[in-house]
Design a protein around this ligand. Structure first.
Ligand SMILES: NC(=O)c1ccc[n+]([C@@H]2O[C@H](COP(=O)([O-])OP(=O)(O)OC[C@H]3O[C@@H](n4cnc5c(N)ncnc54)[C@H](O)[C@@H]3O)[C@@H](O)[C@H]2O)c1
Length: 263
């Protein structure tokens, strides 16, 4: 494929995860400059090690829930010489992240306000703060696009029985935050249009990441394609939304879910 992203400087939050690291690899291969950000830790270290020495790759530590850090981030990147024209609100507290951190998944009745707000802070307030900073530092200065990452479980309810006996669960704040992020997309689309910025939502389906045969079977029964996605299949759509070819698309939600949302 041609270097379809060679005019793109792509800023990504939560870029060390399963999907983020796939996006980074694919974007670099398509000629983009990539400004990868994430919390400090093993994911960030692995991502930096994978792309060390690539002149089109830069990494910044960023907690999207920290207002001071978000307020400074684009100024830092721009002062360092790069101007992001694509921003991905990709960071999230996910079920798999909580499982990896050894967290429990309380029933809904036992979910504390602190649990709920912790997820909302990262997944939704964080996305708002990144978008607001993009408005301040990027939108109107040059054409730009924002891609908010939702989920198959944003506008569709979770199928709770498929998580019975599994080491991770779908938790309430996750779906609520992901529905909210599409609200941010449609709100911003008209607001930014006069300043030549577009904003869209991508809603990935269930992405395979070493899940058990039993989980794959259960989730596969809910999906027209009959199987989970590979990370590269989500990246294919993400790269399109980042490209100039998506320039007339704004305010939309793109399901990349093997037909899950279309039954
Ligand atoms: N993998 C899937 O099946 C799937 C499906 C639908 C939607 N999504 C969405 O895609 C995006 C990426 O998912 P993933 O599967 O790569 O998840 P992941 O758990 O592998 O990665 C999430 C990343 O977000 C980072 N993060 C968490 N809190 C943060 C904070 N406060 N500040 C900055 N970074 C933070 C983590 O460090 C991690 O690198 C998420 O928004 C997720 O909700 C994933």
């Amino acid at each position: 494929m041609s270097q379809q992203l060679s005019e793109r400087t792509i800023f990504i939050t939560g870029s060390g995860g399963v999907l983020g690291s796939t996006y980074v690899r694919r974007m670099l291969a398509q000629g983009a400059r990539v400004v990868a950000t994430d919390l400090p830790g093993h994911r960030a270290e692995a991502l930096q090690a994978a792309h060390e020495g690539n002149d089109n790759f830069r990494f910044y530590e960023l907690d999207v829930g920290d207002e001071d850090q978000v307020t400074e981030i684009f100024k830092r990147v721009i002062t360092d010489g790069w101007q992001p024209n694509v921003v991905l609100n990709n960071a999230a507290i996910t079920g798999e992240m909580l499982m990896g951190a050894g967290k429990s998944f309380p029933d809904f009745a036992d979910t504390t306000v602190a649990d709920f707000e912790r997820t909302m802070r990262t997944n939704l307030t964080g996305a708002f703060m990144v978008a607001r900073q993009m408005d301040r530092d990027i939108v109107g200065n040059y054409p730009a696009t924002l891609i908010n990452v939702a989920s198959m479980y944003a506008l569709n309810g979770a199928h709770h029985p498929i998580y019975d006996g599994m080491p991770f669960k779908n938790f309430s704040a996750y779906g609520v935050s992901k529905a909210g992020i599409h609200g941010l997309t449609v709100w911003l689309a008209g607001y930014w249009a006069p300043r030549k910025a577009t904003v869209n939502t991508i809603a990935p389906g269930a992405v395979f990441n070493g899940h058990s045969e039993e989980f794959q079977r259960r989730v596969g029964e809910l999906i027209m394609a009959g199987r989970m996605a590979q990370p590269d299949e989500i990246a294919d759509a993400m790269l399109f939304l980042c490209s100039a070819q998506a320039g007339y698309i704004t305010g939309q939600l793109l399901n990349v879910d093997g037909g899950f949302a279309a039954w």
